[in-house]
Write a protein that binds this ligand. Structure first.
Ligand SMILES: Cc1ncc(COP(=O)(O)O)c(C=O)c1O
Length: 413
């Protein structure tokens, strides 16, 4: 094939891609106006599974999975063209723009990563920290936002301070309490404060704006937020929150392909941040967050589908929030009415999320989770130790019948 043919083929394929993406977005928008059980039929979850674990890993509707399959097929027809020849350059930027809209950020401040952990590694490796500097987080931090700092600290001479968060009191805590707890830990040496937007254990929703304002006023330079449990679940306005960094995964609540993520870096935060990896030509993106994602060949099909998944989330937005809130309140009432179950998460939707912890005091959470899975196909996340909880994280396609069934089954254990 000569170059002219290749370009022509690329143009045709690009047009096909854009049509496919639009068709998919139309389908998804249509789905958003249907009832939830109709939408649920668009997913590929197994019939024998009661999937209450979207916080660990989400699932894609068939339209998005189909788009991904189609793009991968097109890619194999001329890999050079799609990976290197620029045919998917504009769709990638389109995906970035869509993602920026979802996050409440400018496209220039958003990098397309693989997951939340990658974003935190980029930050921990690139920030100029040294002796006398402290990175602060609590026991609520997920390993994906913690280990990168702990591993770097001894090599570079900065310290990491991890304080115990009163997680056993979560059912009594409000967002304002959370801000007070974090701010009471800030010291003169604290240069970086790391916190989740919604933690993955009890689903407390952190008041980012208050935390960022108070932390900056206390001399903290970087407020870095783990958004793994928020993007696609609750509305986000990163710019307005005033945080400096935000990292999230596409494969949880955005329902994007596995191994896709997003990282927000405020322009001023990028001034001193060295990229974790370097390659030729990176200078092209010197002023953009894109600089941090440019390290050789990427699976651009996945990035393009991430954009379509974001479109889907945007189409669902306010309805999805109402739905998740309803499911939460439904579960909370069922737990309240049960003699053998306790609610261990914040009381209100405003302080919480679609991720909540339930305790059956006479059961060991790990054992209960195993039995529920083996006997009834219930997928959830247990937490052991003093917490001893079962974490539920339903998404919009979860039905109240599934919640009822779960409650009956756990009560019967
Ligand atoms: C709060 C939180 N942060 C980070 C992660 C890590 O996500 P990933 O594996 O996509 O990097 C998770 C995964 O469950 C999480 O719940």
């Amino acid at each position: 094939m000569n170059r002219r043919d290749a370009i022509r083929q690329g143009t045709t394929a690009l047009a096909a891609l854009l049509t496919a993406r639009t068709a998919s977005a139309e389908l998804l928008q249509q789905a958003a106006t249907h009832d939830w059980s109709t939408l649920a039929a668009d997913y590929r979850l197994g019939d024998s599974v009661n999937y209450l674990n979207h916080a660990s890993i989400g699932t894609m509707p068939r339209q998005l999975a189909g788009l991904r399959d189609e793009l991968l097929r097109v890619c194999e027809s001329n890999p050079w063209l799609y990976m290197w020849g620029g045919a998917w350059e504009e769709p990638r930027e389109d995906a970035r723009r869509a993602a920026a809209g979802l996050l409440g950020a400018k496209p220039d401040d958003v990098a397309i990563t693989h997951n939340t952990t990658e974003g935190f590694n980029l930050l921990a490796q690139g920030l100029p920290l040294g002796a006398g500097d402290e990175v602060l987080f609590s026991s609520m931090n997920h390993a994906g936002a913690s280990v990168c700092w702990e591993q770097q600290a001894p090599r570079r001479g900065f310290t990491v301070r991890r304080f115990e968060f009163p997680v056993l009191d979560a059912a009594k805590l409000t967002a304002a309490d959370v801000a007070d707890i974090y701010l009471s830990q800030v010291r003169d040496a604290t240069r970086v404060l790391v916190c989740p937007h919604v933690d993955n254990i009890v689903g407390l929703r952190y008041p980012l704006r208050e935390i960022a304002e108070r932390a900056h006023a206390s001399g903290v330079e970087f407020v870095a937020v783990d958004g793994a449990q928020t993007a696609g679940m609750i509305p986000i306005d990163i710019e307005a929150s005033g945080v400096d960094f935000y990292s999230t995964s596409g494969h949880k609540w955005i329902q994007a392909p596995k191994g896709t993520g997003l990282m927000y870096l405020r322009a001023t935060s990028r001034e001193d941040l060295e990229p974790m990896w370097t390659t030729w030509g990176q200078g092209r993106w010197a002023d953009l967050a894109r600089r941090y994602e440019d390290y050789g060949t990427r699976n651009l099909a996945e990035a393009v589908v991430l954009g379509a998944a974001v479109d889907f989330q945007v189409a669902l937005t306010s309805r999805a929030e109402r739905r998740l809130r309803l499911l939460r309140e439904y579960t909370q009432a069922a737990v309240g009415a049960s003699a053998s179950l306790e609610w261990c998460s914040p009381q209100s939707w405003a302080d919480g999320a679609s991720l909540y912890a339930i305790r059956a005091p006479r059961l060991v959470a790990g054992d209960a989770s195993r039995s529920l899975y083996e006997d009834h196909g219930v997928v959830l996340r247990p937490f052991g130790g003093d917490l001893n909880t079962l974490r539920l994280s339903p998404n919009v396609i979860t039905s109240t019948d599934q919640i009822d069934t779960f409650i009956r089954q756990v009560e019967a254990l």
